[in-house]
Ligand binder design. Sequence first.
Ligand SMILES: [Ca+2]
Ligand SMILES: [Ca+2]
Length: 191
Amino acid sequence: MERLFSFFDTNNDNILSGEEDFTPLATEIANRRFPDDGPLHRKLYNYLHDTFIAENARRDLAGKGFVDLVVFLHSHEYINQMAHERPEESKAFVDKAAGDFFRLLDKDHDGWLELDDIKIYASGHHHDGPWITSNFKTICHRLGRDELRISRAEFLMLIWQYWFNPDDSCLGAHLLGDPVKPPPFVAADDV
Ligand SMILES: [Ca+2]
Ligand SMILES: [Ca+2]
C-alpha cells in the first residue's frame, strides 16, 4: 500500500492532494493518450479527474482536504485486510477498480497492453525512465512470452501485486516502479 501511495504522490511531498497530484495526473495521462486535444481528450480527462478526486475525498476521513500516508493506510485497512484474508474477493475488487484503466490504456482495443501503453500510464505519474522498458521486457519474459505485451488478466494480476504485495521482488512491483530507486529484479517464482 505504501507503493501505491508514493505512486499517486506525483510531486513527492508525502500528501495526496486533488489539486497538486490528481489534477496534473489526469491532465498528463489525457495529454499523452490523446495529444490532439479533441473531445476524447476532454472525456478521458473528466473521467480520470472525477474518479481520482472522488477516491481521494473518500480516503480523507477527517475532511482535511488532503491525505497523508497514515490516513491513506487507515482508509485502505479494509481492502488490505481483504487482500490477505479473502484474496478472491480482493481480486474482484481490483478487477473493478483497475479494469476501466485497462480499457482506457488499450488504445487499439485488442485486449493487450503494449510497452507504449504502460509508458503513458507510468509517465503520467512522473514515474518515467528507461527502466520501464527493461522491466516490461522482463515481465513479459517471466510470463513466458516473446512479444512485449500483457493481457487484461495479467495486468490485473500485476496491479494486485503492485497494490498489496509488500515484497519488492514480486513481479507486479516492477510494472510501475520508482524512478529514483527502480526495484532490482531478483529471481523469484511469484507468478
Ligand atoms: Ca503530493
Ligand atoms: Ca492493445
